[in-house]
Ligand binder design. Structure first.
Ligand code: NAD
Length: 260
């Protein structure tokens, strides 16, 4: 039979690792050809290879999502090569530097906001012109930190970037409805990925004390972090026509963590 994403073309940012990698593979298994945007890193070439082995087309583009020209060129060449764009997963993101507000440098603030928030805007900006005729689905990875839960001291820049992504995506869902482009946000709790690799954490962060007990990140459904493949199932659903009436929403994938 026909696969749910047969002949569709997807763009995934941050596709070399974690949630992006698992989702790119899930979209490919569902029939899509997948363009992979990430920083130059042979991890992403591995994903490209895996997708080709699944019998789908895939192309890796070396892109810093905060760089307008790189994003524009990559998306244009992807649209040129594959002829269309149906699904976009704006997922690239970093924790950045975790520091108390008075120690957080303006440069560190900019790095987090440029990657997570400006990167999301740029991905939309350059993909939307290619989706207008056919419609499609755009999915954004925010976080529980974007609206419901502000855990982990030192995450002010990160949380601001994630909240910005949520607001941006909701505005986009309204604006892009005229093109039949759906826009949804996923808000994961802790997921086992490589995001800790490049996280900087100042000593001062560990000294922050507040006068109440600070909740740990336990997820009632199951101990420990979730798996990227569990997030990929949600991304797949939102990418497919099975979610054809869903737009402008935030979906939490956090094992009920934010109800505590
Ligand atoms: P990850 O580090 O495993 O993967 C992120 C990928 O994004 C990496 O391949 C990295 O190279 C890429 N990337 C980073 N900066 C980039 C840039 N400027 N341009 C292009 N690519 C860039 O982490 P992950 O956990 O899979 O993160 C994916 C998204 O999930 C992020 O937006 C993150 O904020 C969000 N998130 C993660 C968790 C978690 O617990 N892991 C929880 C909530 C939200």
């Amino acid at each position: 039979g026909r696969l749910p994403l047969q002949d569709k073309v997807a763009i995934v940012t941050g596709a070399g690792s974690g949630i992006g990698r698992a989702s790119a593979l899930a979209l490919a298994r569902g029939g899509a050809n997948v363009c992979l945007l990430d920083l130059n890193d042979n991890r992403t070439e591995e994903v490209e290879k895996e997708i080709r082995e699944l019998g789908r087309e895939s192309e890796f583009y070396d892109v810093d999502v905060s760089d307008p020209e790189r994003v524009r060129k990559a998306i244009e060449s992807a649209a040129g090569r594959f002829g269309r764009i149906d699904v976009v997963f704006a997922n690239a993101g970093i924790n950045g530097t975790l520091a108390p507000i008075e120690d957080l440098t303006p440069e560190a603030w900019d790095e987090t906001l440029s990657t997570n928030l400006k990167g999301t805007f740029l991905t939309f900006k350059y993909a939307v012109p290619h989706m207008k005729k056919t419609g499609g689905s755009i999915i954004v990875t925010a976080s529980v930190n974007g609206s419901r839960k502000f855990s982990g001291f030192g995450m002010s820049a990160y949380s601001a970037s994630k909240a910005g992504q949520v607001a941006f995506a909701k505005m986009a869902a309204l604006e892009l409805a005229r093109y039949k482009i759906r826009v949804n946000v996923i808000c994961p709790g802790a997921i086992e990925t490589n995001i800790g690799e490049n996280t900087e954490r100042t000593k001062e962060v560990d000294k922050i004390r507040i006068p109440v007990e600070y909740p740990e990140g336990d997820q009632p459904l199951e101990r420990g972090p979730g798996r990227p493949e569990q997030v990929a199932d949600l991304v797949f659903f939102l990418a497919s026509e099975r979610s054809s009436r869903i737009s402008g929403t935030e979906i939490f994938i956090d094992g009920a963590e934010t109800l505590l």
